[in-house]
Design a protein around this ligand. Sequence first.
Ligand code: ADP
Ligand code: ASP
Ligand code: MG
Length: 415
Amino acid sequence: MSIVVQKFGGTSVGNADKIRNVAQAAIKEHRAGNQVVVVVSAMGHTTDYLVELASDISKNPSSREMDMLLSTGEQVSISLLAMAIQEAGYDAISLIASQIGIITENVHSKARILDIKTDRLTKHLNEGKIVVAAGFQGVTMTGEITTLGRGGSDTSAVALAAALNAERCDIYTDVDGVYTTDPRIVPKATKLNEISYMEMLELASLGANVLHPRAVETAKQFNVPLRVRSSFKHDDLGTLIIGVDLMEIYKPVSGVAADLTQVRIAILKVPDAPGNAAKIFGSLAEQNVSVDMIIQSYETPDKTNDIAFTVAQSDFNKAITILEEVKSQINASKIIVDKEIAKVSIVGAGMIDRPGIASDMFQAISDAGINIKMISTSEIKISCVVEKERAHDAIKALHTKFNLDQTDVIATVAE
Ligand code: ADP
Ligand code: ASP
Ligand code: MG
């Protein structure tokens, strides 16, 4: 018997009717002769609500207590879904991460999964039960509750699929697949029938929140066949995410993404001496702050450099506290901050060895009258930081420039 892992996001379990709809999708897979594990997120905007509630109590809540709080959202939805499946006449059991044994590293708010125990899952599946597992959460070796980062239920689902050697992992959501860009921003976005792990990983990391980046990374690592499909049209096959070797690449650019959740920080007049960059970025890394784009200016006659980089908004307060300390240690002059930025990116395995893609990108952004503040490139992506207010205009311009607009069908997006 094959194992299938299904994952349903917050909007897909937003109310009782939607939970019943999810129950039917799980039952359909079970009736097709598969053993089914369903991973669900918290209902609707529960997690946002809990974050807000915490901020009313504390401006700087401890990350341990945040994880205790946020993990409760998923416990509500798994129990309700198990009840809905039972109500429809099928056997189901809900389990939180500590009951399953989803073991993570000892880091709060963005823990990585280290191991998943499969004994209890296998036992219940062999009893003929549909297992409903809480997404987003884990437990450390010492029994502390952790969470995997916002959007992390996708990663829970793929990791469970890998641990169980599942036949496939289906991510059901409120759009009917992966599009060339967010169809809520560009209604002319085109649905992709398939996309490579590599491109999807870039798009997800660059702001296409349709999949959690670590879910794609895990699927790639363990070769889990991954599909993004609609919660509301169960027969639509959505988008398959597969190895690049299986694809024929026609277009240089497969997708466009925007990330509006970054902040730009610059440290001015850093003395041009060995070890200062290591000190800045080492101190941030020690406290688990990830740094994204980095630019160092050409050294000035007074033998200093300006170093600018971006961090996630959620790490901003922590980053500034660390940097104030480092600034005085290394004798830099000043820290400046720009919160009104967005990173827009183009991604495509087909851009390798095709010159001119970067200049086309800069031209399209400039034709839209938008200024570029930072640039970074890798083999299959180019990113530019622009003014946040103009991010959507930049996305639209790039989508058109790289011939991704579709002319006939408008994207299917559930409200
Ligand atoms: P869920 O609650 O199911 O996890 P998310 O809100 O996390 O759903 O992800 C789905 C959303 O991702 C869509 O509603 C869409 O607006 C957004 N999105 C961003 N980029 C893309 C893209 N390239 N293709 C499809 N959806 C995208
Ligand atoms: N409920 C969590 C969040 O809102 C996890 C998820 O939805 O994947 O981020
Ligand atoms: Mg999501």
